[in-house]
Ligand binder design. Structure first.
Ligand code: PLP
Length: 375
């Protein structure tokens, strides 16, 4: 999607090495809280590369945005307009509209996004208040499984651009939100093809020369960049329904990297990392380390016989994993070890020095191969 600039959704994974890498690559950021804004700005990213993409902010956070001159932000209600008028009247506002995918893992429309019934009144109110509305955004739902929704959402956004024009306002920003797939095998190309066609149809470049188009992908950026390595802390054998079951307790669970299991079920699949040539598998269960019985990662899985301190690894663990860890039960959280090829690493260093940005800090520089062992 060559016309779309990425504003990475920090909530998805705020790992420092990831944010630094994106900052060096010139990516923009979607921040939804004061802490995220601080985190990104501490990397030397200017506020002009950030969108404050939260339609319902506190007055305190709005004043903070004003203090650091972060102007671009979303809204979806009259109440938010009044708050912006009071706390940050110079803000550049993006009207978030609702357009829900028929299928998405997390439907966001019931929480945020103005109905198209209300958009004209909101634009008119902003105008009366002397506020600057610069664009339209939407989020079709995280983990979107319906391609055509992007076309519907872009068409709705175009309607709002027209309504603004009728009111004598000129919008120049279209924000496609997130929802794009994370795993490489899910295929981003089909999403890109629907989006590019809809952009050509509703926002042809010749009629929208000064239009800036951005997206706020979270999963798309971080999912496949992270692999989680877990070790077996304890095991026991039980008999259930007359069948022998091996119970493995690993060092990560639903109160840490696997929290999505509570909402989405058993979405992750482990790979056994050992040198065993043993072909035989046994009925097994994988548990997280806590005392809670909800902390189960696989209720039934076939695994070879594993020993304590054997490793399982889990690919595609970069989205909504590290950012959801809780202190429950006191078990340690994963440590991130950065790995890059020497070519990638030196390219990033070059870019960082060229632009005089902060470098990438990660424990021990790059590790070309192998994994550090950590509990
Ligand atoms: C406003 C906003 N933008 C972007 C994202 C990132 O979405 P995704 O990870 O589905 O790309 C979210 C996720 O909830 C969001 O709320």
């Amino acid at each position: 999607m060559p016309s779309v600039k990425i504003f990475y959704a920090v909530k998805c994974n705020d790992n420092k090495t990831l944010l630094e890498t994106l900052a060096i690559l010139g990516v923009g950021f979607d921040c939804a809280s004061k802490k995220e804004i601080r985190q990104v700005m501490s990397l030397g990213v200017s506020p002009s590369r950030i969108i404050y993409a939260h339609p319902c902010k506190s007055e305190h956070d709005l004043r903070y945005a004003s203090k650091v001159s972060l102007t671009l932000m979303t809204f979806d209600s009259p109440e938010e307009l009044l708050k912006v008028k009071k706390c940050y009247p110079e803000a550049e506002l993006v009207l978030r509209i609702r357009c829900d995918a028929l299928e998405a893992t997390y439907k966001l429309g019931s929480k945020y996004g103005a109905s198209t019934r209300d958009t004209k009144a909101l634009l008119s109110m902003a105008k009366d208040l002397g506020l600057d509305v610069v664009g339209v955004s939407f989020h079709v739902g995280s983990g979107c499984q319906e391609l055509e929704v992007y076309s519907r959402a872009i068409a709705k956004a175009k309607q709002v651009f027209n309504e603004a024009e009728d009111l004598g306002m000129r919008l120049t920003l279209l924000d496609l939100g997130g929802g794009f797939p994370g795993r490489i095998s899910d295929g981003m190309e089909k999403f890109a093809s629907v989006i590019n066609s809809a952009l050509d149809e509703y926002f042809p470049p010749q009629d929208h020369k000064d239009l800036k188009i951005i997206g706020e992908p979270g999963r798309y950026v971080s999912t496949s960049a992270f692999t989680l390595a877990t070790s077996i802390r304890a095991k026991k054998t039980v008999v259930e329904d007359g069948q022998v079951v091996k119970m493995y307790y690993i060092n990560d669970g639903v109160y840490c990297s696997f929290s999505a299991i509570l909402a989405e079920g058993e979405i992750y699949s482990p790979v056994v990392l050992n040198n065993s040539t043993e072909e035989d598998t046994e009925r097994s269960m994988i548990w997280g380390p806590s005392c809670c019985s909800l902390d189960v990662l696989k209720k039934t899985i076939r695994l070879p016989n594993l020993e304590c301190s054997d490793w399982l690894y889990w690919p595609d663990m970069g989205a909504y994993t590290l950012s959801n860890v809780s202190p429950f039960n006191g078990f340690p959280h994963p440590v991130v070890h950065a790995m890059a090829s020497p070519e990638t690493w030196s390219r990033l260093q070059e870019l960082s020095e060229r632009d005089n940005k902060m470098g990438i800090h990660c424990n021990g520089g790059y590790l070309e191969k192998g994994m550090a062992q950590t509990d």
